[in-house]
Design a protein around this ligand. Structure first.
Ligand SMILES: O=C(O)CCC(=O)C(=O)O
Ligand SMILES: [Fe+2]
Length: 267
């Protein structure tokens, strides 16, 4: 049984337990609970789970229950579980840059879900930030609401070389219906990845993307996840923007990461 605790300002914390209250591992979820998680992801954007006993194999197996995993060429694979990749600040001279984005929007069928499992949690800082893009759409002012109607953005790859066979750009509506529920949300990524907006000059397109991103990531709307060892956090890429906060990190910050393909939305 899933026990749900709403978070502030959005997202849900999930605990798994048997009917008699005995806590269960994330690797013991029933099929209908996976489907319940799909619905929760669509409706709430971010799920925070906690299972210190889950290993990489269990993590990958859990994610594969949603759908086949996608690996982006150029990322560092987890050695004994190469369907996952490593995110780490260890040995880096400068902190990584992470801007608000959605994962892999430069393909025509972007990944449904991304999940991180905490391996090493810094003593200070290093939160992951999320912003709800269905709410962002619902709270646009009249002028911006009118400006996005019928427009598309050409999303392009930046920062990684996805390899010869992978798509490098894709066109998506700015107001994108959720693939599972149909509920519309803003669909944006970094200003560099949002290469052009249909029907607008380069300058006007950039101006619109900047204004949308500013609105879509206001501080008071942001969920900040402070990591604990054993945390597993999963999010819906059609519902939220995210970024790592690398300012003022003290200590090693290491995650193992998995991404579920677009098929993940289907039961
Ligand atoms: O480092 C983080 O907190 C987020 C990294 C990220 O963007 C991702 O895992 O897709
Ligand atoms: Fe990301």
């Amino acid at each position: 049984m899933l026990h749900l605790t709403p978070m502030d300002p959005f997202g849900v914390r999930i605990a798994v337990a048997r009917d008699d209250g005995i806590p269960q591992s994330l690797s013991q979820l029933a099929e209908e609970e996976i489907d319940q998680l799909r619905d929760l992801l669509a409706d709430h954007g971010v799920l925070v789970m906690h299972d210190p006993d889950l290993d990489d194999q269990g993590f990958a197996t859990l994610l594969r229950r949603f759908g086949p995993l996608i690996f982006t060429a150029g990322e560092a694979p987890v050695p004994h579980e190469p369907s996952l990749n490593v995110i780490s600040n260890v040995g880096r001279e400068r902190p990584p840059v992470s801007r608000w984005h959605t994962d892999t929007s430069y393909v025509s069928s972007p990944p449904s879900y991304t999940a991180l499992r905490a391996i090493r949690v810094p003593e200070q800082g290093g939160e992951t930030l999320f912003s709800d893009q269905a709410v962002a759409l619902d709270t646009l002012d009249q002028e911006l609401s009118a400006a996005v109607v019928g427009r598309t953005i050409t999303h392009v790859v930046t920062g990684v070389d996805p390899g010869e066979e992978q798509e490098r750009q894709a066109v998506h509506p700015i107001v994108r219906p959720h693939p599972r529920t149909g509920r519309p949300a803003l669909y944006l990524s970094t200003r560099d990845r949002c290469a052009s907006v249909s029907g607008l000059s380069a300058d006007a397109g950039r101006g619109l993307v900047d204004r949308l991103l500013t609105h879509a990531t206001q501080d008071h709307t942001v969920l900040r996840h402070r990591w604990m060892p054993g945390d597993v956090v999963m999010w819906d890429n059609a519902r939220v923007l995210h970024r790592g906060d690398h300012s003022d990190v003290v200590g090693d910050r290491v995650f193992h990461r998995g991404m579920v393909g677009a098929q993940g939305y289907r039961s």
